[in-house]
Design a protein around this ligand. Structure first.
Ligand code: DHB
Ligand code: FE
Length: 288
């Protein structure tokens, strides 16, 4: 039986990818960001997943206003690294897990969540920056990411976006789907994006440390209450791009306590301002 044993939460700031790719990690500005990931890099080596179910958002890269799936699951064998305007990031292509992904699609759709099934999808910084943060820089030719990844794209770019509640309930359905897969697999689920940031308009540059940290407390300790936070609170308090945080609730809903099981253990928590225009947040929860 496959099992979700841990969840990882992290921002996906594109400038972090650029700092890695351009060899700027030693600069004091970036050192403060990367220091927050030292624990997670060791932890993921010691707790190697067989598969990562990676919840992220596409930034008008694979999708556009022509097609806006609310929830899209990647069932392909592999995914190319997207060119977001400066050429593709020099990182390995992402290998998928078509068998588990197809099984999750079947199970979650039968649990009444309408997923879009995607077999060709270049993956942008929303997916590759979290991989780089947790696994470090990998040679695109000589190296591979340590395990297959199932990309799960959520629309948080174009309104209407899904509610935190729907994301949390979807996480519960994903947990049930994974548990009904026959093969013995250790699965990690990652919720990425956020924390507070606004990239445009009169409030561009908005960061809200207090709100971010209170929200993170709630996500960890009282996810039910966190799932009830309405959209307007994210937008008002965490800026227009702070809405990316609803993706963390998918990962949180997939932890055992959301289904009445034991509370997960908090292994690590990190918060730092700034990275580019964004407050960086990161946490790791493990099933006991
Ligand atoms: C920035 C952050 C994001 O989440 C993103 O998708 C693009 C840019 C930024 O901080 O600049
Ligand atoms: Fe983003």
């Amino acid at each position: 039986m496959a099992r979700i044993t841990a969840s990882v939460y992290t921002s996906h700031v594109p400038a972090i990818g650029a700092a890695l790719d351009l060899g700027k990690t030693h600069e004091p500005y970036w050192q403060k960001v990367f220091a927050g990931y030292d624990y997670g890099k060791q932890w993921v080596k010691d707790n190697r997943p067989d598969v990562i179910f990676l919840v992220y958002n596409d930034h008008a890269t694979a999708f556009s206003l022509n097609l806006i799936p609310t929830f899209a699951i990647g069932t392909a064998a592999e995914y190319e690294v997207a060119d977001e305007g400066f050429g593709p990031r020099p990182v390995p292509k992402v290998m998928g897990h078509p068998e588990l992904a197809s099984h999750i699609a079947q199970s979650v759709i039968q649990q009444d969540f309408d997923l879009t099934i995607v077999n060709k999808m270049p993956v942008d910084h929303g997916l590759t920056v979290p991989l780089s943060l947790m696994f470090g820089q990998k040679d695109p030719v000589k190296e591979a990411w340590p395990c297959p990844v199932i990309p799960f794209a959520v629309n948080v770019v174009q309104y209407p976006v899904p509610s935190g509640r729907r994301c949390y309930e979807l996480g519960k359905a994903i947990r049930r789907a994974v548990a009904s897969f026959d093969e013995d697999l250790n699965v990690h689920i990652w919720g990425t994006g956020g924390m507070s940031h606004q990239l445009q308009g009169p409030r561009a540059g908005l960061i809200n440390r207090e709100w971010d940290n209170a929200w993170l407390d709630k996500l960890i300790n009282d996810p039910e209450a966190c799932a009830s936070v309405p959209h307007i609170d994210y937008v008002r308090e965490a800026g227009s791009e702070g809405i990316e945080l609803v993706m963390w609730l998918i990962a949180r809903g997939a932890m055992a306590d959301a289904a009445g099981g034991p509370k997960p253990v908090l292994k690590h928590r990190f918060y730092h301002v700034p990275a580019s225009n964004t407050a960086v947040g990161h946490a790791i929860l493990e099933t006991v």
